[in-house]
Design a protein around this ligand. Structure first.
Ligand SMILES: *Cc1c(COP(=O)(O)O)cnc(C)c1O
Length: 359
């Protein structure tokens, strides 16, 4: 069998590693920030019945404009948005890829603030977009001054601010977003994959009016407990959706995806029922980590980056041996732990407490 390097692959892809959090089957999987609560039986029944209707017409291409889904997304988000301002794709990763295809590419540059979501650099490289990451200060909090200075220096075509930030959980205040937008002539992408977990009313959706270069990326993979369905979406000026139409593949959202997402959105209140409980478990986890002498970072998301671990690799392995999978994102002395159910939180707390005291 040939190796990757034997192929006439594009120079910019040579030596690259694919995205790949381990997909292991363990009792307590807290490594990719999913909502670990299953969807309720009654909603599942409704989703299935809508899938059945979609299947009857599966010999035909789906609605290329997914108008019903965009209407449902606009209604869910509020903020007086209408369906022309909504776009959707197979996960917000595809949204980000479409943004890079439309606004990035050869000769263009993207900017973000590390540590942040690892897909930004991967999508930049697969679209041949130059990519710059500016290091966040201690505790990973972003200030308007730091962001504006980086934008002035690098003049990016795409600036991405992840809020709350993955993998640190750090919220970003709206004055930072406003200042970043004012400083750039490119597009500003605010990745709000975890927005529903924030208690603050700090979504950049409230800034959309009059800002045609502001793009807000969202997903149904996290709070909505819908990761397997692959539905991400974008809220922006309608002109940005026109840009997306230039780069998307025809009929990119399957009829089954559209039907499932519409059904889930029809039950958004019930689908988000677990968010409050996850926030409670997040706060419980934070306090527990402090109590055992660790150093958790402030988080507005459904995960906590916990510092103060002498040997995170060893802790990662020891937890896995106990059936608990977490994430080592490569930040020294830390692990990132998704907030799960009450039982899962108890399992993590007692395992880590045990492992630290038995050293
Ligand atoms: C999980 C995550 C996403 C969501 O990806 P999907 O493709 O929608 O599943 C996007 N951005 C960040 C920062 C994430 O952590």
């Amino acid at each position: 069998m040939a190796e990757l390097n034997d192929l006439p692959i594009r120079d910019s892809l040579k030596g690259r590693a694919p995205y790949g959090a381990p997909q292991l089957h363990v009792p307590v999987a807290l490594n990719v920030n999913e909502n670990t609560h299953e969807i309720s039986e009654s909603i599942l029944v409704d989703i299935i019945s809508r899938l059945a209707i979609a299947l009857k017409a599966i010999n035909r291409y789906p609605d290329r404009e997914f108008t019903q889904l965009r209407l449902a997304l606009a209604k869910y988000l509020g903020h007086d948005l209408n369906e022309t301002q909504l776009w959707a794709a197979n996960g917000s990763n595809e949204i980000l890829q479409q943004i890079f295809m439309a606004f990035g590419g050869p000769g263009r540059k993207a900017l973000s603030f590390s540590p942040t979501y690892s897909m930004y650099s991967l999508i930049a490289s697969s679209t041949d977009t130059a990519y710059v990451e500016i290091q966040r200060p201690e505790r990973f909090e972003l200030s308007a001054g730091l962001v504006v200075e980086a934008i002035r220096e690098h003049q990016p075509d795409i600036t991405i601010i992840c809020s709350p930030n993955n993998p640190t959980g750090t919220p970003v205040s709206l004055d930072v977003i406003e200042a970043a937008y004012a400083a750039t002539s490119g597009v500003l992408v605010v990745d709000e994959a975890y927005a529903e977990f924030s208690l603050n009313d700090d979504s950049a959706l409230s800034l959309l009016d009059g800002r045609e270069r502001l793009l807000i990326s969202r997903t149904m993979s996290k709070a909505f407990a819908f990761a397997g369905a692959r539905v991400g979406y974008l809220a922006s000026d309608a002109a940005v959706c026109d840009a997306m139409r230039l780069v998307r593949l025809p009929y990119h959202l399957s009829a089954l995806t559209q039907a499932a997402a519409e059904a889930a959105l029809a039950h958004s209140h019930e689908m988000l029922r677990t968010v409050e409980e996850i926030r409670e478990q997040r706060d419980r986890l934070y306090v527990a980590f402090q109590d055992i002498g660790l150093d958790p970072y402030r988080s507005d998301a459904n995960f906590i980056l916990v510092g103060g671990l002498e040997n995170p690799d060893q802790m990662w392995t020891a937890l896995l041996e106990r059936g608990i999978l977490v994430r080592n994102v490569g930040i020294p002395q830390t692990l990132r732990i998704t907030v799960g159910t009450e039982e899962e939180t108890s399992a993590v707390i007692s395992a880590i407490t045990d492992l630290l005291s038995s050293k």
